[in-house]
Design a protein around this ligand. Structure first.
Ligand SMILES: NC(=O)c1ccc[n+]([C@@H]2O[C@H](COP(=O)([O-])OP(=O)(O)OC[C@H]3O[C@@H](n4cnc5c(N)ncnc54)[C@H](O)[C@@H]3O)[C@@H](O)[C@H]2O)c1
Length: 270
C-alpha cells in the first residue's frame, strides 16, 4: 500500500490565546498556530505591532490591546476567544520583559514591575484560561514561556531569573491541579533568541560573541525554533506530556562544567 505524505495541520478548528503575541516569540507562536489551521486571540501592549499581525494573519487572528498585569484585561482576552471563535483549546502565556539590575541597587518599583509582567501576568493568564477550559470540559493545554534563566542564574538578573524560575514552578503546580480535568500545563524555556528583546545586545559584537561561546550549536535561536517547541507541547502529539520545563537553548545549559580537554591533550603529548 502506498503511504501518502500527511499534510500537517495540528490545530485545525482549535483556538488559542497568545499573550505577548505582537512580537518576537509570541508572534511566531501565533503565526504557527494560524498556519496549522487554528485561530488566535493575541493580546499585547504594542498596538502598532498588533495591527501588523492582524494585517498579516487575517480573520483568524483577533488582536487586543491588553495588559496582562491587569486582571480585567486578562479576563477580557480569554473571553474574546470564546465570544469570537466559540471555544478555547490552548493558552500560550508568552508576554514578558527583560531587566538587568544588581540586587544591592534594586529599587522596589522595578522589582514589582518585573514580577508583575513576568510572573503575575502568567498566573493571571493561567487562571482565566484554565477557568474557560474547565467550563468547556474537554481538556486543553497551557504553555508558559519562561527562560533558560529559570535554571541558570545571570549576573544582574535576580528579578528576571526569579520570575522565570517562578513560571516553571507555576506550570508544575498547574499540571498537578488541572491534570484530572485533562488540562496539560508545560513550560518552554528559550535560550538566547533573536527578537526585539535581544536586538540591542546582539548588535554589539562583544556581547554576541560572549553569548555564542556558550552555545554548542553555535547559533542564536530564531523565534520559530522556540515556537516549534511550544506548538509541540500544545499539540496532541504531546498528549501525555505535562509538568515539564522544555529547555530550547542550543545546548547552552550543558556548558557549566570547565572544559578539561586540554588535560587529555597534555597526557597524549607525554
Ligand atoms: N528573546 C530571548 O532571548 C528570550 C530568552 C528567554 C526567554 N524569553 C522570554 O520569551 C518571552 C517573549 O520574549 P521576546 O524575546 O519575544 O520579546 P519581545 O519583546 O519581542 O516580545 C514580548 C512581548 O510581550 C509584550 N508584553 C510585555 N509585557 C506585557 C504585558 N504586561 N501585557 C501584555 N503584553 C506585554 C511586549 O509588548 C512584547 O510585544 C518573554 O517572556 C521573554 O522573557 C526570551
Amino acid at each position: 500500500m502506498k503511504v501518502e505524505p500527511r499534510a500537517v495541520a495540528r490545530f485545525e478548528t482549535q483556538v488559542a490565546v497568545v499573550t505577548g503575541g505582537a512580537s518576537g516569540i509570541g508572534a511566531a507562536v501565533a503565526r504557527m498556530f494560524v498556519g496549522e489551521g487554528g485561530a488566535v486571540v493575541i493580546a499585547d501592549l504594542n498596538s502598532d505591532r498588533l495591527h501588523a499581525m492582524t494585517d498579516e494573519l487575517g480573520e483568524r487572528c483577533v488582536a487586543l490591546d491588553a495588559d496582562m498585569t491587569v486582571e480585567t484585561d486578562v479576563e477580557r482576552t480569554v473571553g474574546t476567544a470564546f465570544s469570537k471563535f466559540g471555544r478555547l483549546d490552548v493558552g500560550f502565556n508568552v508576554a514578558g520583559i527583560g531587566n538587568v539590575q544588581r540586587i544591592v541597587e534594586m529599587d522596589r518599583a522595578t522589582w514589582d514591575n518585573v514580577l508583575g509582567a513576568n510572573l503575575t501576568g502568567v498566573m493571571l493568564g493561567m487562571k482565566y484560561e484554565a477557568r474557560q477550559l474547565l467550563a468547556q470540559g474537554h481538556g486543553g493545554a497551557i504553555v508558559n514561556v519562561a527562560s533558560l534563566n529559570s535554571i541558570v542564574p545571570m549576573h544582574m538578573g535576580s528579578a528576571y531569573c526569579a520570575t522565570k524560575a517562578g513560571v516553571a514552578m507555576l506550570s508544575q503546580c498547574g499540571a498537578l491541579e488541572l491534570g484530572e480535568a485533562g488540562i496539560r500545563v508545560n513550560t518552554v524555556s528559550p535560550g538566547l533568541t533573536r527578537t526585539p528583546l535581544t536586538q540591542a545586545g546582539l548588535a554589539v559584537d562583544e556581547i554576541r560573541d560572549a553569548y555564542l561561546e556558550r552555545i554548542p550549536l553555535g547559533t542564536v535561536g530564531e523565534p520559530e525554533q522556540i515556537a516549534a517547541a511550544a506548538a509541540f507541547l500544545a499539540s496532541r502529539e504531546a498528549s501525555y506530556v505535562s509538568g515539564i520545563n522544555l529547555i530550547v537553548d542550543g545546548a547552552w545549559a550543558t556548558t557549566g562544567y570547565p572544559d578539561l580537554r586540554f588535560m587529555a591533550e597534555r597526557q597524549a603529548a607525554r
